[in-house]
Design a protein around this ligand. Sequence first.
Ligand SMILES: [Zn+2]
Length: 236
Amino acid sequence: MASDRGPPAGDPTLRRRIEPWEFEFSFDPRKFCKEACLLYEIQWGNSRDVWRHSGKNTTKHVERNFIEKIASERYFCPSISCSIFWYLSWSPCWECSKAIREFLNQHPNVTLVIYVARLFQHMDPQNRQGLKDLFHSGVTIQVMRAPEYDHCWRNFVNYPCGKEAHWPRYPPLWINLYALELYCIISGLPPCLQISRRYQNQLIEFRLILQNCHYQMIPPYILLATGMIQLPVTWR
Ligand SMILES: [Zn+2]
């Protein structure tokens, strides 16, 4: 079975896959790696063919590199519908969010879904507004969860023989905390997730600081999913 051999040798994406350590390092929501990593999929029209590739920051952020690259490709036909899926180790900064919106405004046949492993400098009001504007302009933004980690591992990672099902299972706490904070960003609520780095960034502390508005506006199931809220809590 293919699952016993690693990615099939004839897999056209094989040379474009990233190494397991790189995936685990880049997409671990508990850690802070400086490098941003983008894994992306493109589907044209009704075709079932999926084009997969990865990107990194250069002198520009990876999102802008993607936009410049796809807009300049010969095969990019603005009249054909195009579905793009991004798996980003960091959410876009406000400048990239702006560039993404401009790109989508110019290419109305493109739909974009963004999964993020972490929120980039999420206390910065400009970054928060950028993500909020992206969401309200029709871009789907979600925090990567188990199905996305599984999908990326199988389709973007050069996993070792017999390790197809060994995608990294990060504890749900960090994923739920980022999902909660993303909800706050999209809803226009103040930040509730505080992240501090100590001892040369070796120790990263996640704290939840909730205000009344959070209890009033956030559905209880999202708060409870963090496992950091104790009942009984008086809602609203
Ligand atoms: Zn950026």
